[in-house]
Design a protein around this ligand. Structure first.
Ligand code: GDP
Length: 293
């Protein structure tokens, strides 16, 4: 078991007993622990540094509360700040009907699975969803989406003979209209790295289908590269939300803090397993506890 941050801080702050006020000097060791905890949770180093600076500003000069250890007091300040940052700007899903959602992200991040998960959730909320396969490079990805759509009994659209992604998108919208589907989820192709050609293709698709939401699907275990991935996708596609996947594993989910801090894009949903029901609305306090350990 990992030692919790509170335990580590209590040790780092033992010398603070009897100190009346928190200061830069008497908190230095504790803040080092905080920074280490954030880095251990895969938070980007710049984001971790800025976060610690903000916490420091909030702590310095504060009276040490009676009956509460300085460690507990600082952990609370850190936790509150983390919850605030993670939850800031959180919005519900767009109320547009039909609702058009573009799912983007790196290959293997969980886009296809999350497309089906989102369709399932929307179906529960009374929508008639359609999932659209826009990955023209991997026939297996189209098959995977089709299987998931069948299992969830939601409409599915693909054109296995076309290589024109924006045209596939437009045809899907038409098919959705005919089938009276009112939530259309576009599952796009991903690569192992950010790639100009791919971004360009998704940009064209975006222009054609005019989505109400553009969700970046990101693996919760994404490390320092999370910032570059999110920036590249956000600059090109103006993301409206983040779906953080694979939080059922060991990942501490620091990528979410990095992405949120750098892009300001709110976190909307989290994936907590391979099954379509393993999908939850995002709660900032849960992720904050996970990041802090
Ligand atoms: P894509 O390439 O982005 O479309 O990714 P996929 O949807 O094909 O997912 C890649 C792998 O990650 C698959 O084996 C999925 O079952 C798995 N996966 C997706 N989301 C989750 C999740 O939240 N938890 C876990 N444990 N696995 C997931």
């Amino acid at each position: 078991m990992f030692e919790s941050l509170t335990d580590k801080l209590s040790q780092a702050l033992r010398n603070l007993r009897g100190v009346g006020k928190l200061s830069e000097e008497n908190m230095a060791e504790a803040l080092k622990e905080v920074r280490a905890a954030l880095l251990g949770a895969d938070v980007h180093f710049k984001v971790a540094r800025e976060f610690v600076e903000r916490v420091q500003q909030q702590c310095v000069g504060r009276e040490v509360l009676k009956g509460v250890s300085p460690g507990q007091q600082i952990v609370k300040i850190i936790n509150d700040e983390l919850v605030r940052l993670l939850g800031e700007g959180a919005t519900e899903l767009s109320a547009a009907r039909p609702l058009r959602v573009l799912m983007v992200g790196l290959h293997g991040s969980g886009k296809t699975t999350s497309s089906a998960k989102l369709a399932k959730l929307l179906k529960k909320r009374g929508y008639r969803p359609m999932v659209v396969a826009c990955d023209i490079y991997r026939p297996a990805a189209i098959d995977q989406l089709e299987i998931l759509a069948k299992a969830e009994e939601v409409a599915f659209y693909a054109d296995r003979n076309s290589k024109d992604v924006p045209a596939i998108g437009a045809a899907a919208l038409e098919a959705a209209r005919e089938a009276t589907c009112d939530a259309i989820i576009f599952d796009t192709a991903g690569r192992l790295q950010i790639d100009e050609t791919l971004i360009d293709e998704v940009k064209k698709l975006r222009a054609r289908v005019q989505p109400d939401e553009v969700f970046l699907v990101a693996d919760g275990a994404l490390g320092q590269e999370a910032v570059n991935v999110a920036k590249a996708f956000n600059d090109a596609l103006q993301l409206t939300g983040l779906i953080l996947t694979k939080l059922d594993g060991d990942a501490r989910g620091g990528a979410a803090l990095s992405i949120k801090s750098i892009t300001g894009v709110p976190i909307k949903f989290v994936g907590t397993g391979e099954k379509t029901e393993n999908f939850e609305i995002f709660y900032p306090d849960r992720l904050a506890s996970r990041i802090l350990g």
